[in-house]
Write a protein that binds this ligand. Structure first.
Ligand SMILES: [Zn+2]
Length: 257
């Protein structure tokens, strides 16, 4: 363990142990490793948009499905496992995430508020039926126009991803839950989130306005750093692993690796 991380990890561990209601906001990715390819990011705003889904659904799914399949193929990393272990040990009271890959849940995080939904399922907006990605792929392959449609008898409505699309409002129930949790926290920890996009960029101001300490862990500076009780300029996985070690907790061997 590097000394650069050891000391902040010790202080973070003490803070977590002392707090009663630590609310944690995790970013889209834990650390830098699993970002989408540059060419996908470049056209994401256009081809993965609600407008494209509504006007050119064949093109939308042609682009979106393989990206979602790559997201689904990701595996939880050491940071996901370390965080799940801290949650299991009762050191995190609530977990809000900006990730859409469900890796926290697969690593064992018991309850995660997904403010962007997730990329691993689709739903019918007419009858509410939900479809896993594999089912969607089968429906796309079987459709002459490449558009998956609801299989509920008498429905047949075109499906949409369960997750939030570019420029689309976030699911209101998840956002109000996140705000409610932010208002109850006595410690607020932000992991690997650049906090650039509203409304989520505003969430830390909820605990901050009540005088609740903020702890920022991540490689990128944010607008909240100067108000934070502690800033750890590092990707979160090695920090979380160091916190586990300081607290004498082992990573959960049963978690998916
Ligand atoms: Zn339907």
């Amino acid at each position: 363990m590097s000394t650069e991380i050891a000391s902040p990890a010790a202080r973070l561990g003490e803070r977590l142990a002392a707090a009663e209601r630590t609310v944690l906001l995790s970013g889209q990715h834990m650390g830098p490793a699993e970002r989408l390819e540059a060419e996908v990011r470049g056209v994401w705003a256009e081809r993965a948009s609600l407008e494209n889904l509504l006007t050119r659904p064949g093109d939308f799914w042609d682009f979106y499905l393989p990206v979602a399949e790559r997201i689904a193929a990701r595996r939880p990393g050491p940071g996901h496992r370390a965080l799940a272990r801290l949650e299991a040990a009762g050191l995190v009271w609530a977990h809000v995430t900006q990730s859409v890959d469900r890796l926290h849940q697969r690593a064992g995080s018991p309850e995660v508020v997904e403010v962007y939904g997730n990329a691993l399922s689709a739903r019918c907006e007419r009858c509410g039926e939900r479809y896993g990605l594999g089912e969607v792929a089968d429906l796309v392959a079987a459709a002459a126009d490449g558009v998956p449609r609801c299989t509920t008898p008498g429905c047949g409505y075109p499906l949409r991803p369960s997750g939030t699309l570019w420029n689309e409002p976030l699911p209101p129930e998840a956002v109000s839950r996140a705000w409610e949790l932010g208002g109850q926290a006595d410690l607020f920890v932000i992991l690997d989130s650049e906090l650039r996009t509203a409304p989520m960029s505003l969430l830390p101001s909820v605990p901050l306005a009540r005088g609740v300490p903020l702890i920022m862990v991540g490689e990128v500076a944010t607008q909240y750093d100067r108000y934070a009780a502690m800033v750890v300029r590092s990707p979160s996985p090695p920090v979380l692993e160091a916190v586990l070690a300081r607290l004498g907790l082992e990573p959960d061997p049963g978690a998916e690796g």
